[in-house]
Design a protein around this ligand. Structure first.
Ligand code: PLP
Length: 948
């Protein structure tokens, strides 16, 4: 029957966007799982005692167009002025080719952290370019693949200096010319570790009193100083020297390495990454080769694959928190991969000459501006500068700032009598003329600018000599380079990424739209508050929704990753204890199964980690917990638990764990990374949690970006609200944990859009379907694999752990072999060897259709049969599809001498025929790469094929 014109169909897809299985598919899945309804399944999965009382309700779900209208209303409340405030944040021009092909391209933004190197070669190459760029600009051998922001990078450099310096001093010197938020974050980080921070002028450094010193270059007021003398003095005293350097200034100025610096950090924001009211942007860190093992964050290195071809992968992984746990010196996990990729592409796009032209233009604009002011009689400091000066205006400061705002320009108040001005790439002659008018000067910007760079601080070395930064400048080349790299990777735009605990769900297009709007991108984090009213409205509404979802009373949006949230939450607890005269409390109970960032964060606040055992079934061992809490009662600061547990089970005993902790005077930190199993059904605040972080880049639809950005806001109960992080720009009693008051504020729009389009009902349904999908996979794999850690009624939560350990004995097949074989099937492997070594943890999320879940199960079942072939001697134990995985096109060239066919090797169940994903390299040799560490682009002679 054709449609009749009177057949009015409801358009009820509002929540279907995020929910993969159709109603019919769900019915089939429930059938397979063996329940009559979703309600029954949830009832069997989630103990009644932990269920929330009232359903989640914050209004009706909005359609895409309604959400975008609401977003537009809010965006319009932000006032976009030209910000010449500086302080580490600059106007920049994002090349449209990069905006479209990277920032707005799901092939880049939906990728996961490149732990599986064979399917991550594209982003690994882009990150290696980033490291090469940073290493060149700073003149230091080793660079990492990004940190969270400049201020936290400075704090990481401080603690790194303490580790590498031979000096036994306990004080650290901070140049008073550092940006205020950098100083403040270093102070926050120093306090619990007992580091005394001495803030002073660079000339006043007493090197023998400190284990290290940090200087800002150029300084926050524009001074360009050569720190060679300070570095010499520090080395004399066996202390370490750090420079926070602006990468754009480094294009023209002497590099920190040439001054003798041991470590350099800074922000690459002005390499084409929008301001975004504070982020996200990539911070960098570089150091001498001899300090590489002390470096925080991820490092991309060069290795070889099974054929001896060059392949990239993450290097020196044993430095990371997931391995070092309470001995970890940094908790950085999610960083800023996507933004590092953007900054690296900016350098690839412009090349060394383009960057030089941009840096020169910025400088000459600053000189022209200064000349106009000087000719009108204003006193300018410093004499020589790169892009920043201060102008003495006496009692006129407020008047000048106000007339600048009337001209559409934000300047920086400095002290009570000065105004700071920082020029940038985006400034045009009209900008300069408008600034002049704010100072009462009417003239045209029509004269060429001179040079006012200090002669003794000019760069004498070349940068970006590598071929990759010298490709043809045609956009065609650039576009194809970005496409080629994207094609090498397997991201969510091709296949499910079933990562336990990492919740790789849909990042819907409509949710991503607003992050490119100028009303969100072009706002400096330190603008007067009345210019960011839209942001404040969005943040307030998102906070209130998150409070409803979690049962907490308030949120801090400052932490820009989950681990940062943990750190901020623990600091909040510590401040609360101090306020109650209980500042001695420093013991933290953490189950052995906890995510590695938990003990690392506790360590960073100076606490003593006491591990608590897990029982056979994965639950916290209550007896052990009680015993440890009792033993440490006098000093118990708190506990850190994960709910549902990292084993994917809703432990019935959670309330007891919380009660025991409270009885002994401790506070409860509930790691909220698994909130995708709880939203709308259960609230950590009701279970007894005092504070939790949420990973908005997991549960709340911010894409993973190949390893960041993220946001890890923390929710707290009312008694902790006064102790939340503050910020020099916005006030508060406590110090800041991030450079910007609201962390990476611009991407909050994604989570807000997600909440608006889901509504309370949609969010709850997402949780229910996530649990259904987890149980569906567990059921379909039953018999072939053991599923560990089921709840009392035989159910898992939103994820399941598949035991692959028996195959090591029965067939010599490891969890690695299975993970690599899944690549042949067109999948990203599940989480490997965590929380249980040798297992796979699968979390399908609500976003995958039944067809995709089945494709995954079919692949897993076929792999099981391949294992059986080895077990039963039908195929060679070394030369088989599992050991040879992943198969590449290279395998098809030349003779095929395998005991299985090409068809079986390359097209196992799950693999698409036409749309087959081919890993670009064979299995990567990790050990080789760590033995022969190369963290910058290999020399050009090795590089012949890379840009082809
Ligand atoms: C992802 C995760 C974290 C850390 O979050 P980041 O944003 O990567 O710092 C902490 N705990 C658990 C359980 C996680 O899954």
């Amino acid at each position: 029957m054709p449609f009749q014109p009177t057949d009015y169909l409801p358009y009820d897809f509002a929540n279907r966007r995020h929910i993969g299985p159709s109603p019919d598919e769900m019915a089939d899945m429930l059938n397979v799982v063996g329940v009559d309804s979703l309600d029954q399944l949830i009832g069997e999965t989630m103990p009644e005692a932990i269920r929330q009382q009232a359903p989640l309700s914050f209004g009706k779900a909005l359609s895409e167009r309604q959400m975008l209208r609401r977003m537009r209303e809010v965006a319009d409340k932000n006032k976009v002025l030209t910000s010449l405030i500086g302080m580490g944040y600059h106007g920049t021009v994002t090349p449209p080719a990069i905006q479209r092909n990277i920032l707005e391209n799901p092939a880049w933004y939906t990728a996961y952290t490149p732990y599986q190197p064979e399917i991550s070669q594209g982003r690994l190459e882009a990150l290696l370019n980033y490291q090469t760029m940073v290493s060149d600009l700073t003149g230091l051998e080793i660079a990492n693949a990004s940190l969270l922001d400049e201020a936290t990078a400075a704090a990481e450099a401080m603690t790194m200096a303490q580790r590498v310096a031979k000096s036994k001093a306990t004080a650290f010197f901070v140049d008073e010319n550092c940006h205020p938020q950098n100083i403040a974050v270093m102070q926050t980080r120093a306090a619990p570790l007992g580091i005394e921070v001495i803030v002073g002028a660079p000339e006043d450094l007493e090197a023998d009193k400190v284990f290290g010193a940090i200087f800002q270059y150029p300084g926050t007021y524009g001074h360009v100083r050569d720190f060679t003398a300070q570095m010499d003095a520090l080395h004399e005293a066996k202390a370490a020297g750090i420079v926070i350097a602006d990468p754009m200034a480094l294009v023209l100025l002497k590099e920190p390495g040439a001054m003798g610096a041991d470590i350099a950090v800074g922000s690459t924001q002005r390499f084409g990454v929008p301001l975004g009211y504070g982020g996200p942007h990539a911070a960098y860190m570089a150091c001498r080769d001899s300090f590489k093992r002390a470096m925080p964050g991820r490092i991309v290195g060069v290795s070889v694959d099974a054929r001896g071809n060059r392949a990239y992968r993450l290097a020196l992984q044993t430095r990371e928190q997931h391995i070092r746990r309470e001995k970890a010196t940094s908790n950085v996990c999610t960083a800023q991969a996507l933004l590092a990729v953007m900054a690296s592409m900016y350098a690839v796009f412009h090349g060394p000459n383009g960057l030089k032209a941009i840096a020169q233009r910025i400088h000459r604009k600053a000189v022209r501006l200064v000349q106009g002011l000087e000719e009108a009689g204003f006193k300018i400091e410093p004499e020589t500068f790169f892009d920043t000066v201060t102008v003495e205006v006496g009692p006129l400061q407020q008047a000048v700032l106000k007339s600048a705002v009337d001209e559409g320009i934000n300047l920086r108040p400095v002290g009570t009598t000065k105004v700071g001005i920082t020029l940038d790439e985006a400034a045009v002659p009209e900008t300069i003329e408008a600034v002049w008018r704010a100072f009462g000067i009417t003239r045209a910007d029509d004269r060429p600018g001179d040079w006012r760079l200090p002669d003794n601080a000019l760069r004498e070395t070349t940068i970006l000599d590598h071929k990759i930064f010298h490709m043809n400048r045609a956009e065609t080349e650039m576009m194809r380079y970005m496409r080629r790299l994207a094609d090498r990777d397997l991201a969510l735009d091709r296949a499910m990424i079933p990562l336990g605990s990492c919740t790789m769900k849909l990042n819907a297009a409509a949710e991503m739209n607003p992050i490119s709007w100028p009303e969100f991108t072009d706002i400096h984090p330190f603008v007067p508050s009345d210019q960011a009213e839209g942001y404040h409205e969005m943040i307030a509404d998102l906070s209130s929704k998150l409070c409803d979802i979690t049962g907490y009373d308030d949120f801090s949006m400052q932490p820009n990753s989950g681990a940062q949230g943990e750190y901020a939450g623990l600091l909040t607890i510590a401040a609360y204890h101090r306020a109650n005269g209980q500042g001695h409390r420093n013991v933290c109970l953490i189950p052995t199964s906890a995510h590695g960032t938990n003990p690392a964060s506790a360590n960073m606040v100076g606490w003593k980690v006491v591990p608590v055992k897990s029982m056979e079934n994965g639950d916290i061992d209550l007896n052990d917990f009680l015993a440890k809490a009792t033993e440490h009662s006098a000093n118990l600061a708190g506990c850190m638990i994960t709910y549902p547990s990292t084993h994917g089970v809703f432990e019935e005993s959670v309330k007891e764990v919380c009660a025991i902790t409270h009885e002994h005077g401790g506070q409860v930190y509930i790691d909220g990374a698994n909130l995708n199993a709880m939203v709308g059904l259960s609230r950590p605040g009701d279970l007894g949690g005092d504070v939790s972080h949420l990973n908005l880049h997991k549960t709340f639809a911010i894409p993973h970006g190949g390893g960041g950005p993220g946001m890890g806001p923390i929710g707290v109960k009312s008694h902790l609200v006064p102790h939340l992080p503050g910020h020099p720009e916005t006030g508060g009693e406590q110090g800041p944990v991030s450079a910007a008051p609201y962390g990476s504020a611009s991407i909050l729009a994604i989570s807000w859009a997600y909440c608006l389009m889901m509504g309370g009902e949609g969010l709850t349904q997402a949780t229910r379907v996530a649990i259904l999908s987890g149980n569906y996979i567990a059921k379909r794999l039953e018999g072939a694999y053991d599923v560990l850690f089921k709840g009392p009624s035989g159910r898992v939560a939103h994820e399941c752990i598949i035991d692959t350990r028996p195959f090591a004995d029965s067939a010599g097949i490891t969890v690695d072999d299975i993970a690599k074989r899944l690549m042949d099937c067109g999948f990203h492997a599940p989480t490997m060897s965590w929380p249980v070594a040798g297992t796979l943890m699968v979390e399908p999320t609500e976003s995958e259709t039944k067809a995709e879940l089945d494709r995954f199960c079919d692949a897993m079942l076929a792999i099981r049969e391949e294992i059986r072939d080895v077990e039963e001697g039908r195929i060679d134990a070394e030369n088989n599809p599992l050991k040879n995985a992943p198969h590449t096109v290279e395998d098809l060239v030349g003779d095929w001498d395998r005991p299985y066919g090409r068809e079986q090797g390359c097209y196992p169940p799950g693999a698409f025929r036409v749309d087959k994903y081919w890993a670009p390299v064979n299995r990567v040799d990790n050990v080789y790469g760590d033995r022969h560490l190369v963290c910058t682009c290999p020399p050009m002679e090795d590089y012949a094929d890379a840009a082809e």
